[in-house]
Write a protein that binds this ligand. Structure first.
Ligand code: DHK
Length: 150
């Protein structure tokens, strides 16, 4: 069984669907999880969210041993956390950095990402659908066959 793909979500994303819907849309985080699982049927995939920086780092440490790829929406930690960058530097597999909104079209404090320094790829501005695109791209990066929508 292939090692798990980790889909990790940072602070405030537990409020997705309710939080600033004009920016983040009305899709909830559990609907996003379903989209990810539908994009990789039968694939081991861990989908998690936390508002705690240390917990996100602990999950990256776990993925170093247990995971094949990381898809991460670090949310606000993207722009503040060198600790998160240092943790991701230790991950041997592909890393896709994901943002629901196009951070480069927003306030200047959303323009400099620490995570982009170590990410294999960055997806921003596709809304919740970006997660589905990221799961498909991760399977390509891992050289795996992926489900083609019917
Ligand atoms: C989510 C957040 O919480 C913000 O801090 C980022 C990101 C953008 C998103 O678009 O998914 O700026």
């Amino acid at each position: 069984m292939a090692k798990r793909i980790y889909v990790l979500n940072g602070p405030n994303l537990n409020r997705l669907g309710l939080r600033e819907p004009e920016i983040y849309g009305r899709t909830t985080l559990s609907e996003v999880e379903q989209m990810c699982r539908a994009a990789a049927p039968g694939r081991a995939l861990d989908f998690r969210q936390t508002n705690k920086e240390f917990e996100l780092i602990d999950w990256i440490h776990e993925a170093i041993d247990e995971g094949s790829g990381i898809i991460i929406n670090p949310a606000a930690f993207t722009f503040t956390s060198i600790a998160l960058l240092d943790a991701l530097k230790m991950f041997p597999g592909p890393i896709i950095e994901l943002h629901i909104s196009n951070i480069h079209r927003r306030e200047a404090y959303y323009h400099h990402s620490y995570v982009s320094k170590v990410a294999t790829a960055v997806i921003a501005g596709l809304g919740a659908n970006g997660y589905r695109v990221a799961v498909a791209a991760m399977q390509d990066l891992l050289g795996e066959a992926r489900a083609h929508p019917a």
